[in-house]
Structure formats: C-alpha cells, structure tokens
Design a protein around this ligand. Structure first.
Ligand code: FMN
Length: 323
C-alpha cells in the first residue's frame, strides 16, 4: 500500500510516535522527528491556542535548524492530534492555527473528521483518523481521510477491546489505503509484525513515555519500568471511554475502580479536584511487559531500526522449516 508522499523517504523505520496527553510536548516531538520517526502531540497539551501557535513555531524552527545543520539527515515530518468531539471548544480556533502553520500531518480522534479533512486538504496536508473498529473506520473513510490508525486492544490511553490482529485484517478487506496499527507495539520485531499483518506503519505511545524527552514525571517513568501487564486496569469508569491505566497510580490516591460509579460522563474525569485523570492517574498499555529502561529517544529509535532490520531477515521458524 503506498505511503502518503509526506512519509516517503522521510522515515528510518515505519513508526509514528503517537500523540499523548500530558506526555508529548515539543521536546519529545522534535526528538522523534530528528531520530527519523513521526513526532506528534495532542493540541490540548498546549494550554491555550496562543501557546499552540508558539509551540508549532518552535517545532518548525527546531527541525529546520536540524535539517540545515545536517542536510543528509532523515528528518521525519511532525504532526498534531485534534480532538473533534463536540464538547471540545478548542477544535475550531486550534484548527485555524494548524492551517496557518500548514502542519504536514493531522490525526483526528473522538469525532467526525469532516471539517478537519476539508481544512487540511486545503493546504495539501495529510489527515489520518484513529479508529477502534470497522464501523468507525467506514465512517472516517466516508469523511475523506488519507489513512486509518487502528488502535487495538492493549493500547495505552483509549483502546479498543478488539485485537489488532483482527482489526487490521477486517479493515484491510475493504480498504487498500494507508493503515497504521497501534496497541502494545514497542520494538522493531513488533513493527515488522504489523507490516506482515498488512499495516504500513506502526503507532507507538507507551514505549515513548519511558524516554528521556517525554514530559512524564520520573515517578511515572519508573512505574512503567516496574509495571507488569497484571498492573493495568482496563476501565470506562475513569474517563467514560475504555482505557488502560496503571493500577499503582490509582492506589496511591486510594482509588479502587470496582467501587467507582459504573460510568462517568464523557471525558468527565474525576470529581475530586485534588486528583486529576491523566495527570495523577497514569495510563499505559500492554507495552509495559517489555519496557525495562528510560533511554533517550535517539537511542530507542536506533534500537528500533536494528530490531526491524533483524526482523526482516528472520527466516521461517526452524520447527516449521523442518517439517
Ligand atoms: C498517557 C497517554 C495519553 C494519550 N493521549 C492521547 C491523546 O491525547 N490523543 C490521542 O489521540 N491518543 C492518545 N493516547 C493514545 C495514543 O495516541 C496511542 O493510541 C497509544 O499510545 C498506542 O498504543 P501503545 O500505548 O500501546 O503504544 C494516549 C495514550 C497514552 C498512554
């Protein structure tokens, strides 16, 4: 499946560093792009529309300086994630800023991407939508997106209950455009596996929380390294939409999800003003199973590149070959 032109020749490994609330700030975005994978952030990480404007200027200037200093370097494009839910008041003003900056790559989530597609196509930008199921995928395609991001079971943040294995195959049956797979992908072998399955790119979030440049606190990073999959809780009782959270971060605040009301209002968060969802109650996906360190992004991406190359060279399993 052809990659959209903005990604061709611009990546060292077919990976998008996914947008993460309170985690992906300009230093992480720039580190990812400089390392050769797409760096993205959610628009709401900037506190105001004015700050968003300033962040985009900072990212553009940083990447331009890097390109000028090393013209041979593979520098990936940057992207922004826009929440298009009707309850999000910043969507329209922030979209105007995105258009003014001609942000090359835009990811929509949580709503209908129609208006964003029209505005971003107006300047030649590329729009992907993240989807958690085939029906959702069909709606996004009807709105004219350029690619789909399948967020499968085990992802950090809001995650599908459907395995990425079936999600990709189900959507591939009716869509031959660019497909991205996310959910538990943390090394180059998994990136290659996503390709074998029929995806064009891998979407990685949790792995990059535990990196030197992420905005997550040291405590959060340490908890990721220590956590096992049995430390995760998949619940809709915190944000109103099913998401994976680190149980030890809930326990620190005396929260037991089993005792919370069945479902909170959409994105309503916690009622206790002293405890904030995402800021104090931390999210992570099944990737915690293999995270053992907090390296700089450049080192992590070098590792991904080497693992991906090794995975591409893997012959069929010896037991199968012997049959
Ligand atoms: C802490 C955290 C915050 C997230 N915030 C957002 C967000 O603001 N917007 C969004 O589209 N996805 C968000 N996500 C989901 C990621 O973009 C992506 O779908 C997910 O991280 C991929 O799965 P993985 O974490 O297993 O790699 C978040 C994920 C995490 C872990």
């Amino acid at each position: 499946m052809p990659l959209p032109p903005i990604f061709r020749g611009a990546l060292r490994v077919p990976v998008i560093g996914s947008p993460m609330f309170l985690v992906s700030f300009p230093p992480l975005v720039q580190a990812l792009c400089r390392a050769g994978v797409v760096g993205t952030f959610p628009h709401v990480n900037a506190r105001t529309t004015e700050q968003l404007d300033a962040w985009l200027t900072e990212i553009e200037a940083g990447l331009a300086a890097h390109r000028a200093a090393d013209p041979q370097a593979v520098v990936a494009p940057h992207g922004i994630n826009l929440i298009v839910h009707r309850t999000q008041p910043r969507t329209e003003p922030d979209l105007e800023v995105v258009v003014r900056h001609r942000v090359p790559f835009v990811i929509t989530c949580l709503g209908h991407p129609g208006k964003v597609v029209e505005a971003v196509h107006g300047y030649g930008g590329t729009v992907f939508s993240d989807v958690t199921g085939a029906d959702h995928a069909r709606k996004a395609l009807d709105a004219g997106v350029d690619g789909l991001i399948c967020v499968g079971a085990g992802a950090g943040g809001h995650a599908s209950a459907q395995s990425g294995f079936t999600l990709v195959r189900e959507i591939r049956a009716f869509y031959d455009g660019c497909l991205v797979l996310g959910g538990g992908i943390g090394d180059g072998f998994q990136v290659r596996a996503a390709e074998v399955l029929g995806a064009d790119l891998a979407y990685m979030g949790t792995r990059f929380i535990a990196s030197a440049e992420s905005q997550a606190s040291d405590d959060y990073k340490r908890m990721l390294v220590e956590a096992r999959v049995s430390d995760l809780v998949y619940t809709d009782r915190l944000s109103g939409v099913h998401a994976n959270f680190l149980r030890p971060s809930l326990e620190r605040h005396g929260i037991d999800v089993a005792t919370l009301p069945p479902k909170q209002p959409f994105m309503g968060g916690m009622n206790d003003p002293g405890v904030k969802l995402w800021k104090d109650l931390w999210s992570a996906g099944h990737g915690v199973a293999t995270i053992t360190d907090v390296p700089p992004v450049a080192e992590l991406v070098d590792r991904l590149v080497a693992e991906y190359a090794a995975a591409r060279a893997v012959p069929p399993s010896p037991s199968l070959a012997a049959r």
